[in-house]
Design a protein around this ligand. Sequence first.
Ligand code: HEM
Length: 348
Amino acid sequence: MLPVFATCCINVINRWEKIMSSEGSSEIDIWPEFQNLTGDVISRTAFGSSYQEGMKIFELQGELAERLVQSFQPVFIPGYWFLPTRNNRRMREISREIHKILCDIIGKREKAMKNGETNSNDLLGLLLESNMRQSNGNAKLGLTTEDVIEECKLFYFAGMETTSVLLTWTLIVLSMHPEWQEKAREEVLNHFGRDRPDFENLNRLKTVTMILYEVLRLYPPIVLFSRSTYKEMELGGIKYPAGVNLILPVIFIHRDPSIWGEDAGKFNPERFADGISNASKHQAAFFPFGGGPRICIGQNFALLEAKMALCPILQRFSFDLSPSYIHAPYTVITLHPQHGAQIRLKKL
Ligand code: HEM
């Protein structure tokens, strides 16, 4: 995984260096840059050699998310989603296109695996291999192709959008707080100098980890998620029948002064100096990756990828906000910068 992260990050950094002016500075909207980066990473880790076909999926999923949000009505009209409006038709078209790309990738891979022509060191290979082993020729056992398609779609969306959002807000916030940018750079240079980061030392980056946690607290990529009661139960002194949908408003809890103190709205990574459990009054108050049995399976992947991307950026550039940047977080399933994230980079 780490070589994949490194290759993708270096491609981005090299491109940034190429577009620098002769004075060694330039303005870049890092939001699409990080979407490309995390799309590239997830395509390669999910689909290995078929990553280029996979890249098309993330463009389509981005459009699907935008259209899904557009389709929410101020007033709920039952059956609205089934009407053949332009938006609904396009959404169905996109879903069919994603389905077809995934079917083609899976079909090719299954054929190659049967012929012994491929290894299984990517997500798709692992899913198909474990499926073949489990079902052992019995089509009724194991995952169906549809199951594999759904797993790939989930992995793709969950893994790409969220991490690109995390990286984007991190650079924005470090531009707003140059003192923390400097602290992070110092730590990275102390550990790695100008060299490529290695796995062992990436896990030892304390300041960078505190910064990432504080960004996840203030700008959680998933601002809310839900749970349903499967039986009658009492929560906080209130009885709920089965089937009630409960919303967990991550962003509100992450910014609640009664939990985090009076400076809850301020960027202060120092609060995580003694770990997550000592950062607030309630251990479970920090939950950007959800919780319980359905907690995000990609949290270590995401944090490692974010650190791997931040290191070469801090090693090679200093950065601040462009005057054209407008701070406007808004939600299109994940928490986006509404007008982009224009950053001025300066070569070090
Ligand atoms: C900053 C990055 C990320 C954030 C903030 C994030 C957040 C979340 C959240 C809030 C959930 C729902 C958990 C729950 O219901 O308790 C989730 C689920 C999930 N995430 Fe992530 N995620 C991130 C990165 C990733 C990555 C990189 C991958 C894959 C490589 C991934 C794969 C998944 C999957 C497959 C699930 C569904 C798990 C299940 O339902 O059992 N996520 N994520």
